[in-house]
Design a protein around this ligand. Structure first.
Ligand SMILES: [Zn+2]
Ligand SMILES: [Zn+2]
Length: 332
């Protein structure tokens, strides 16, 4: 028993490309799919076409068969996936929010009801035979090949949609962004990609998230860095400073050592998700010195300085003795 002629079943030439075979199968599938066609022959016709398609495309390494799976969902063709870049502010990325994206959509053509054809064809004269339907050939006249001897063409493509059956139409889509989405991560919005092919489902939309620069915070991994101005008096005296975080002000104790240059607030950075724990807030201390001091401030500082000197002398007896010697020499 010889193999059926798969090319003939699909109505393509033996040299047909994979794309041509695909198109031919799609045409037949649209016509004969049992879901769409009540004709008793439909089932067998569809089965034959699918067998031919799968056989022919299976022969091409680069073109795997559409599906050998019997599940109907796996057989449904899918529209293109689309990718869209979305800028969030850091707060939205951390705690979630709603963004509105503009998508290139389609709206069915009202003029033709989506068919792409107009009900009354517009007639244009054939320019090859000037409407006569015949052209000169080898001293005689023959039927015009351009118009098949009719002398005119009937144009019944819908002019409003150029035969597509739809017109482009932007649409707005509000998308909820879940919390703790890091820049560069993608959010899948099912069914909002390219339009569904005949008898298929639409593609998916992928939102690629980015964060706008923040005036206060810099994101490094999940840690958030910020600069924090602190007065030199506060640094010397120690105590509590107000550290800004994404979630608000955090009162934080300054480190014991007044020479520390940063404070780390554990877990106060970018929130965690899944197995990733939250980052830290790292405040880089920017110590500010006063430009002018009042008399009272100066007096207080003098007092503080003398106490400090006393401590230095206590800590270093040789220095204290040397100072004493200097004083005695000056007094001579
Ligand atoms: Zn139309
Ligand atoms: Zn003609």
């Amino acid at each position: 028993m010889s193999e059926p002629d798969f090319h003939q079943i699909l109505g393509v030439t033996p040299s047909a490309s994979a794309a041509e075979i695909k198109r031919a199968f799609k045409r037949l599938a649209m016509r004969w799919h049992p879901d769409r066609n009540a004709d008793p022959r439909a089932h067998e016709q569809f089965r034959l076409a699918r067998e031919a398609f799968e056989h022919l495309t299976g022969l091409r390494e680069s073109e795997p068969p559409v599906s050998t799976d019997e599940k109907p969902s796996a057989q449904r063709p899918k529209g293109d996936d689309h990718r869209l870049h979305v800028d969030l502010d850091l707060h939205e990325a951390a705690f979630g929010g709603v963004v509105t994206v503009t998508l290139a959509g389609r709206v069915g053509c009202e003029s033709c009801g989506g068919s792409g054809r107009r009900s009354y064809g517009r007639t244009t004269m054939c320019s090859a035979c000037h409407g006569s339907g015949r052209v000169r050939s080898g001293g005689g006249l023959k039927s015009c090949p351009s118009c098949s001897g009719k002398g005119y063409f009937t144009e019944n493509q819908c002019a409003d949609c150029e035969g597509r059956g739809w017109n482009p139409s932007d649409r707005q889509l509000a998308v909820s962004i879940p919390p703790a989405m890091m820049p560069g991560e993608e959010l899948r919005v099912a069914g909002q990609g390219g339009p569904a092919p005949e008898d298929g489902e639409p593609g998916d939309l992928y939102l690629v998230l980015h964060t706008r620069p923040h005036p206060l915070f810099r994101l490094e991994g999940r840690d958030i860095h910020t600069d924090l101005p602190v007065s030199v008096f506060r640094v010397l005296a120690g105590g509590v400073v107000d550290v800004p975080t994404l979630g608000g002000i955090r009162e934080t104790l300054l480190p014991e050592s007044s020479s520390a240059t940063e404070i780390r607030v554990t877990g106060a950075g970018f929130p965690g998700r899944g197995r990733r724990s939250a980052g830290d807030l790292v405040a880089h201390l920017q110590v500010h010195y006063p430009r002018f001091l009042s008399k009272e401030q100066k007096a207080l500082l003098e007092m503080a300085d003398q106490i400090l000197h006393q401590q230095l002398d206590d800590q270093s007896p040789p220095l204290a003795r040397w100072r004493e010697t200097l004083k005695q020499q000056q007094n001579r």
